[in-house]
Design a protein around this ligand. Structure first.
Ligand code: UD1
Ligand code: UDP
Length: 368
């Protein structure tokens, strides 16, 4: 019985790592297929968790378009699945790798288990193309690992049989626990390394397709105004390697002394800086799920979130990308009062990978 794991981007690797480690611990036969939709920022995660791929499809090209990326994935995965028989395939989340991975598995009639199933905004262009990717994966998958009860309800509304949906929590919380268990001593050191130990700083990331161009420029105008008026507050921005994103950030912030622009951080470094920040500004999915574990407030730089559970903790505000609105919330969040906040992370308890591997093994042996 052999389980294939197909993944290709940084967030997929972070969220699959705890499952990979658990399957190894349980001596399960796995085939790790990385598409390398991302390169450097994927390799950082593989190294950290000591993940050893069986296949590296190395598909990334500079400024890849969705059709070109999809074409390469179809070709490479087709070649691979022709020669490697698998009993189950795991995909995670809503990337192009996850969707095409599920599709080609279906063509080979290999059942697919979907990790982080059931997230929805119900707006096909927000986030783009992820909302449609995850809906399409839900149609293909035979087993759905929903991180929360709400995600399960979303799947049931789409007609998916309740017995095929398991609420497990999100594996990103398991990954965080792994960092805290294995890298705790490096966390303070990381803040010293970046000269942030005695500084008040905001942690920022932004990379989503629907924010490229005008929305991102509008947010950065607000950030610029705020940083110019508050020289004692720093902004730490590890920038996504996409040249479209990188150029906009540098063009708008590089001359400000209190804007610290960084290369993509190692996962444990990002978590260390999250632990020490005043608050976070982001359009990232994963960071919305991690922030509640540290009780950090989040300004969500998007119009919609598929993770509404974070809004119910009272730690986050969906602010969008309007310059004036973002600026006003930056001022408010500087002294954010942690009142009526629910400090329990609504996305998981650190045991998701245990549950997922148990369900998966059960499914694997009951299909044969
Ligand atoms: C992808 C996912 C998105 C996820 C994000 C996480 C899709 C459609 N999008 O978007 O859901 O939130 O990853 O970060 O699957 N690049 C590098 N080095 C790297 C990684 C990227 O140079 O290690 C550059 C390349 O020029 C590449 C570009 O970034 O062509 C875009 O990468 P791509 O995976 O297509 O899109 P993301 O915006 O990263
Ligand atoms: N992350 C990281 N280094 C960075 C920025 C982000 O390790 O410099 C981690 C972050 O903690 C989270 C994941 O990468 O776990 C999120 O990735 P991203 O924001 O690129 O994708 P998304 O979650 O939006 O799909």
């Amino acid at each position: 019985m052999r389980i294939g794991l197909i993944f290709g981007t940084r967030p997929e690797a972070i969220k699959i790592a705890p499952i990979y480690l658990k399957l190894k611990e349980m001596n399960q036969d796995t085939l790790v297929i990385i598409t390398a939709q991302h390169r450097e920022i994927l390799d950082q995660v593989l190294q950290l968790f000591q993940i050893k791929p069986n296949y590296d499809l190395n598909v990334m090209s500079d400024s890849q378009t969705l059709p070109i990326l999809s074409q390469k994935l179809i070709y490479e995965l087709d070649n691979l699945l022709q020669k490697e028989p698998l009993d189950y395939i795991l995909v995670q989340g809503d990337t192009t790798t996850a969707f095409i991975g599920a599709l080609i598995s279906f063509y080979y009639k290999i059942p697919v288990a979907h990790i982080e199933a059931g997230l929805r905004t119900n707006d096909r262009y927000n986030p783009f193309p992820e909302e449609i990717n995850r809906r399409l994966i839900s149609v293909i998958a035979s087993l759905h690992f929903a991180p929360t009860q709400r995600a399960k309800e979303n799947l049931m509304k789409e007609g998916i049989n309740e017995t095929l949906i398991k609420v497990t929590g999100n594996t990103v919380v398991d990954a965080l626990h792994w960092i805290i268990d294995n890298k705790k001593d490096n966390m303070h050191q990381t803040r010293v390394k970046y000269d942030l130990d005695n500084k008040r700083y905001i942690l920022m990331t932004m990379h989503r397709r629907e924010n490229w161009g005008e929305p991102m420029i509008n947010v950065l105008k607000a950030v610029r105004r705020y940083l110019s008026e508050n020289p004692d507050m720093y902004l730490v921005f590890p920038i996504h390697p996409n040249p479209i994103v990188k150029n906009i950030v540098y063009d708008n912030l590089q001359d400000l002394e209190n804007a610290i622009l960084l290369e993509p951080l190692e996962y444990f470094e990002l978590i260390s800086l999250m632990d020490g920040c005043i608050y976070i500004m982001t359009d990232s999915g994963g960071i919305q799920e991690e922030a509640p574990s540290f009780g950090k407030p989040v300004l969500i730089l998007r119009d919609k979130t598929e993770r509404p559970e974070i809004l119910e903790t009272n730690l986050a505000k969906l602010v969008g990308t309007n310059t004036q609105t973002v600026y006003e919330y930056m001022k408010k969040f500087e002294n954010y009062k942690l009142e009526n906040v629910n400090f329990q992370n609504p996305f998981g308890d650190g045991k998701a990978s245990q549950r997922i591997t148990e369900y998966l093994i059960e499914a694997l042996y009951s299909t044969k």
